[in-house]
Design a protein around this ligand. Structure first.
Ligand SMILES: [Zn+2]
Length: 303
């Protein structure tokens, strides 16, 4: 039987939520990178902002579909767009960019998922809004980002299809959602803890300082921030497993470790982005979303 959010997705797509989208163009000092910061507000609550990055003729991630006219106006010279993963706040404008003649690229698995524009949950409709399906081209192991050459590296964990873009000459890592925060306190139900740790280990072997995260960029000290996240997750894993061996459930562990987020945004996900799911990801593993799992199974070569 289809999950409830599959049945409700067409309803939410037609619902005119009273949200206000906003795009701000920011230019971090002397980096040569333009940040497009996008967010939606709902009755004064700011949902999680997301960034896309403009480097010369290249857009790294594409932002949210409802802000397409503003993204288009802010990116007149863009000829290429790179999508780190299929989530609607990163691949949201893939369809509009393809229609505008931009060369949009993603991993094999991202291509499969974005082509389907799978159903999303209510909070995702509120935070960022839905995306349309798009025919995205396949990334190779290297890509140009403006005048620079970037290595394309698989970075699963946050989701199976994620890739990141490393620009060795500048010491930059465009990390999609591989970072988000040093002391992350919640996971989506489908996030893979152990794949996340393995990805962080591999990324920490790279040479970079600028961390162009999709949500909380660090223009300097980025590698130290990523190392702090890895250490936080390792410590958390030890504390969670120590309590889990006593037979404690996820909710009791969350309370004992004071992990419970208090933000409005976390409450409105109705448990999908939660500390309990972070604990479960450690103890029992993720719960894949069926529409994404179907694309993974159809892709024996993986991402
Ligand atoms: Zn994401």
């Amino acid at each position: 039987m289809a999950p409830l959010y599959h049945l409700l997705d067409p309803v939410w797509r037609r619902t005119p939520f009273p949200v206000r989208p906003r795009l701000q163009v920011e230019r971090p000092a002397s980096l040569g990178v333009t940040a497009l910061r996008m967010e939606r507000t709902w009755f004064g609550n700011v949902f999680m902002p997301v960034y896309a990055w403009v480097v010369g003729d290249t857009l790294v991630d594409t932002g949210i579909d409802c802000l397409w006219p503003a993204v288009r106006d802010a990116t007149p010279g863009v000829r290429r767009a790179l999508v780190s993963h299929h989530h609607e706040d990163h691949a949201g404008n893939a369809a509009a960019l393809v229609a505008a003649g931009v060369d949009v690229r993603g991993s094999e698995l991202t291509r499969r998922i974005v082509a389907r524009a799978p159903p999303i949950k209510l909070y995702q409709h509120l935070f960022w809004g839905p995306m349309r399906g798009a025919e995205v081209q396949l990334l190779g192991t290297e890509t140009e980002i403006g005048p620079y050459t970037a290595r394309v590296l698989s970075a699963p964990g946050h989701c199976d299809d994620q890739v990141v873009f490393h620009v060795p000459s500048e010491g930059w890592l465009f990390s999609g959602d591989a970072f988000i925060h040093e002391h992350i306190r919640m996971f989506r139900g489908d996030e893979d803890f152990h794949a996340t740790l393995a990805t962080l280990e591999r990324l920490l072997t790279l040479d970079f300082d600028g961390l162009f995260c999709g949500h909380r960029p660090r223009f300097t000290g980025g590698k130290a921030a990523l190392a702090a996240k890895r250490q936080w997750l390792l410590d958390l894993q030890g504390r969670v497993l120590a309590l889990a061996t006593k037979g404690w459930g996820a909710s009791r562990i969350v309370d004992a470790l004071e992990l419970r987020p208090r933000s409005f945004a976390s409450r409105i996900t109705f448990g999908d982005a939660s500390a309990e799911n972070l604990v479960r990801a450690i103890t029992t593993g993720p719960t894949p979303r069926p529409e994404v799992a179907a694309c993974c199974e159809a892709s024996p070569a993986g991402a």
